[in-house]
Design a protein around this ligand. Sequence first.
Ligand SMILES: Nc1ncnc2c1ncn2[C@@H]1O[C@H](COP(=O)(O)OP(=O)(O)OP(=O)(O)O)[C@@H](O)[C@H]1O
Length: 251
Amino acid sequence: MAQKITVRNLNLFYSGLQALMNINLDIEEKKVTALIGPSGCGKSTFLRTLNRMNDLIEGVKVEGQVLLDGEDIYLPEVDVVALRKRVGMVFQRPNPFPMTVYENVAYGPRIHGLRDRHKLDETVESSLKAAALWGEVKDRLHKTALGLSGGQQQRLCIARLLAVEPDVVLMDEPTSALDPISTLKVEELIRELKSKYTIVIVTHNMQQAARVSDSTAFFLNGELVEFGDTELIFTGPKDKRTEDYITGRFG
Ligand SMILES: Nc1ncnc2c1ncn2[C@@H]1O[C@H](COP(=O)(O)OP(=O)(O)OP(=O)(O)O)[C@@H](O)[C@H]1O
């Protein structure tokens, strides 16, 4: 199976304090990879290394390699804006711009040079359809996005990201601020999106990891303890620490 992202000997330090310890991990193309582990174990930090979001934090030092389609994203000549277009991110709390639904989705393509109104309309419609939101918003495209429900706002943020045609979608606890029904809708969407995108999701919810992911990585204190097929991780983990965590003994 094709590897989309290859992580080799990755270490990360926050002002000298080591938050990731020698991580080695292969992320498969068009699969969902879940990152699990107790609070503070480094899941979000690791997720942010995949599109260099940690660069925005002062005092961060990264060692090792993250290869995207075989190319090291940490080389100095890499265009970080182009990288973040290819590797987009959805956050814990939905963060639509204070604009209309349409403008939220059209924003990215416009920034990247799309001006043609007809093409923009098409992109907005196809992105909202891909995010399973079109039916709910097609009659309110020109109303503020802030009037949508939390679950709709999160799917709008996913549509906004899909509009710039990424390869990889990073999701940092994308349903933690949502009610159970909205959560299921986003989970359904994740399963649909993997036919086109490589998805990496941080979740605190073990059932969610089991429901949506193909592979699961268990982190503890900045280390990758175990990584493998989700079913195997949940039914027969090799490491005692993984077993303790998934059976709820800690975290
Ligand atoms: N901006 C930062 N500056 C300094 N230390 C940080 C920063 N962000 C995270 N850390 C530290 O790095 C470690 C890993 O944090 P991280 O947020 O990646 O963990 P996490 O597993 O995602 O936690 P949670 O599940 O609570 O979100 C923690 O010890 C945290 O305090």
